[in-house]
Design a protein around this ligand. Structure first.
Ligand SMILES: NC(=O)c1ccc[n+]([C@@H]2O[C@H](COP(=O)([O-])OP(=O)(O)OC[C@H]3O[C@@H](n4cnc5c(N)ncnc54)[C@H](OP(=O)(O)O)[C@@H]3O)[C@@H](O)[C@H]2O)c1
Length: 261
């Protein structure tokens, strides 16, 4: 039976485990969690372990904080991961660091986002050079339980991916707060203000997913000369909102680069 081991039962690890248990019932799922108290609170459908005991054909998912990685790797017997396919979701830990610390070339880095908790992550996955196509497919299949997966071959793309996809939901939520604030201040209840905003985001995302629709064509189409939307877009232009959002993405990407060292 195929075995997937998830190390770290925090926010992301728990969501991945739940997705695997629901979406890949044919797979044996193990959670590695050192704390006995935390283990007692985990999904009883998964096998629980206090430490990782490697098996050669494991798919190992590292969902621990980046600062915990060195001690995790140091605690493994030498050569233990030589045959293991390792997927790290740790922000900023590079493929060569993973590979040399774990003693295997079959390492992949993934950047998921917080929409994974509703199965709507946009995850960008980058395999190391030594990962065979079957290993990429296996990792992609496992991460598909939390949303869409885009495979890239160039590791440097993970820094902009961190800005656009990793931090994206939080940046969009910051902007969405303006919509709810405005609707609430205009007389809608807080609940209805949130309904208006979330449905607008969902509907816009669905329209943007239609073939041939780009954000620019969508807002231009909606902007009848002298109409209401045109007035709103003109005000956004006047306040250079597009440039501000670009600067925020640039700053996020730079921070991702700094953290990766
Ligand atoms: N949250 C996101 O949206 C997001 C997005 C992209 C990437 N990531 C990455 O995903 C990783 C996990 O993030 P998170 O938000 O899930 O963090 P989190 O909620 O803090 O979870 C981390 C978990 O790892 C456990 N842990 C620490 N050291 C361990 C070890 N040696 N063995 C087993 N478990 C260990 C922690 O247990 P204790 O609390 O007992 O120490 C905790 O349960 C991070 O590397 C982060 O960069 C997160």
């Amino acid at each position: 039976m195929e075995r997937i081991v998830v190390v770290g039962a925090g926010h992301m690890g728990s969501v991945i485990v739940r997705g695997l248990l629901d979406g890949m019932p044919q797979v044996e799922v193990v959670i590695v969690e050192p704390s006995a108290e935390r283990r007692a609170s985990l999904d009883g459908r998964a096998e629980l372990a206090a430490a990782y005991e490697p098996r050669p054909d494991d798919l190992l998912v590292l969902a621990i904080p980046p600062q915990a990685f060195d001690s995790f790797a140091d605690g493994l017997p030498r050569g233990a991961c030589a045959q293991t396919t390792v997927v790290s979701i740790m922000a900023g830990v590079r493929l060569d660091t993973l590979s040399s610390a774990l003693g295997t070339g079959t390492v992949l880095r993934a950047m998921p986002n917080l929409a994974s908790r509703v199965g709507q992550s946009m995850t960008v996955l980058c395999p190391g050079d030594a990962v065979p196509a079957a290993g990429v497919d296996r990792a992609k299949g496992a991460l598909s339980v939390i949303g869409k997966v885009l495979v890239v071959q160039d590791e440097s793309l993970l820094d902009p991916a961190t800005a656009v996809a990793g931090s994206g939901p939080a940046l969009v939520a910051y902007l969405a707060q303006s919509f709810t604030d405005f609707a609430h201040a205009s007389g809608f209840t807080a609940e209805d203000a949130l309904l208006l905003t979330s449905q607008v985001l969902r509907g816009t995302a669905d329209v943007l997913s239609e073939p041939g629709v780009a954000p620019e064509s969508l807002y231009q189409q909606a902007s009848t000369p002298n109409g209401t939307t045109a007035e709103g877009i003109a005000t956004l232009r006047e306040h250079r909102v597009r440039e501000s959002v670009g600067a925020a993405l640039e700053a996020t990407m730079e921070r991702a680069r700094e953290l990766a060292g």
